[in-house]
Design a protein around this ligand. Structure first.
Ligand SMILES: *Cc1c(COP(=O)(O)O)cnc(C)c1O
Length: 406
């Protein structure tokens, strides 16, 4: 019998960046595309539909929109959506101060001016600040980012969108499959953008979708994506007559999705609903442990929201910068990889507006205060629900040990 009977501290050994393999059906479909040699979306045999077009049709039907265009990334989907909605260089575009760099990047790429809007403690857009900045700036566009899956309060957002006459584009990179009062994220605005980059809800390495119900917007987006004059070969595109204006006056941005990526995405769409349930089971497992801890503040999840818990966020409101660094290091020592949005220098992510030096600095005291103690963790499906309980317990123990006495 060892005389040291102390328990070893709980540790975790999984990888926070390891994805599940793609379904066998995806591997088979990709191999078939490669055997055919026809990798370009328009390189089709007589009468053949092709996987890109088939995917667009399937995604439009799943999402419940008229039109879907598959493109090379979520970032490209946003750039194309902005242009297709009429954004011209110099136009002001409202967007979340807390989002990932491709969002301000898309605004910058089309020559727009980003007007950053504060977030609230729930990590959603601060709708009062939105209304105020829409009024002050006279901006006519809102690129709304449902950052980290926290769907904005769509009732309040839509009231401002309507009263200020904004054109709304939704960034649904983290809310593919989420709903607000039963309506899918992405179906509130003029257009929505999705990402199929590896860390999102479907995985083609890189990739994205633009969805809309507006036929002329869809036509402009299709020409912008670089459809040459082959736009009639789209599975979920508008009627040929809708292209009358767009066909010769929209520049080609060469952002078409290829057949390989579409072939690997089609079988994943069949698994998406089941995967959403699997993510939520993992989210619930961590959040139930963390919610017991008074030193941890969890963003609340409004009853109107049905979410996709592919990542989890929490704050340590009592922590200063040194505490936050210590917390990260102690979690890492026990195998738990947490990100902290309060770092001065961007580190493995670019979600702080302070590191977007290409846009004029804007005072965002509320967002800064929230981000200074905000932590974030991915929940890949390679983790079991039991893994997630262990992860939650490790974070609970460390934060309990560090927090000042109540
Ligand atoms: C990933 C992401 C995007 C799109 O990213 P791409 O890598 O260009 O597909 C957009 N918004 C947010 C918030 C994201 O995390």
């Amino acid at each position: 019998m060892p005389d040291d009977t102390r328990e070893l501290p709980l540790a975790f050994h999984g990888s926070f960046t390891q994805q599940e393999p793609l379904p066998e059906a995806a591997i088979e479909a990709v191999a078939n595309v490669m055997r055919s040699g026809r990798l370009h979306r328009y390189n089709l045999a007589q009468g053949e539909e092709g996987p890109v077009s088939e995917l667009e049709r399937a995604y439009a039907s799943w999402q419940g929109t008229e039109y879907c265009l598959a493109v090379t990334s979520g970032g490209q989907a946003m750039q194309i959506a902005l242009r297709a909605c009429g954004v011209k260089p110099g136009d002001k575009i409202l967007t979340n101060a807390f989002t990932l760099a491709p969002v301000p990047g898309a605004i910058e790429a089309v020559g727009g001016q980003s007007i950053l809007v504060e977030i609230n403690n729930e990590l959603r857009l601060d709708v009062d600040d939105l209304a105020e900045k829409a009024r002050q700036s006279g901006a006519r566009y809102l690129l709304l980012s449902h950052m980290r899956g926290h769907l904005c309060d769509m009732d309040s957002v839509m009231r401002v969108v309507e009263s200020a006459g904004l054109t709304l584009i939704e960034d649904c990179a983290h809310t593919m499959g989420a709903k607000w009062s039963g309506k899918r994220s992405g179906n509130f605005g003029h257009a929505a953008c999705f990402s199929t980059q590896t860390y999102k809800h479907m995985n083609s390495g890189e990739g994205g979708f633009l969805t809309t119900d507006d036929p002329e917007l869809a036509a402009r987006a299709t020409i912008l994506s670089g459809s040459y004059m082959l736009y009639a070969r789209h599975g979920a595109g508008p009627d040929e007559k809708e292209f009358a204006d767009a066909r010769l006056n929209m520049p080609n941005c060469s952002a078409r999705m290829d057949a390989v990526r579409a072939a690997m995405l089609l079988p994943q769409l069949d698994e998406l609903d089941a995967n959403i349930d699997r993510w939520n089971a993992r989210y619930d497992a961590v959040s139930q442990v963390l919610a017991e801890e008074s030193q941890i503040a969890m963003p609340s999840r409004p009853h109107q929201e049905s979410m996709v818990g592919s990542s989890i966020q929490f704050r340590l409101p009592w922590a200063n910068k040194v505490d936050c660094e210590t917390f990260l290091a102690r979690a890492a020592d026990r195998g738990v990889e947490v990100k902290w949005f309060g770092r001065t220098e961007p580190h493995g992510f670019t979600s702080s507006h302070h590191s977007w030096e290409y846009i004029p600095a804007q005072p965002l005291p509320k967002t800064d205060a929230i981000m200074s103690t905000l932590f974030d963790m991915r929940l890949p499906l390679t983790f079991s629900v039991e893994d997630c309980v262990v992860i939650g317990r490790i974070l609970a123990e460390i934060s309990r040990d560090m927090a000042p006495a109540p």
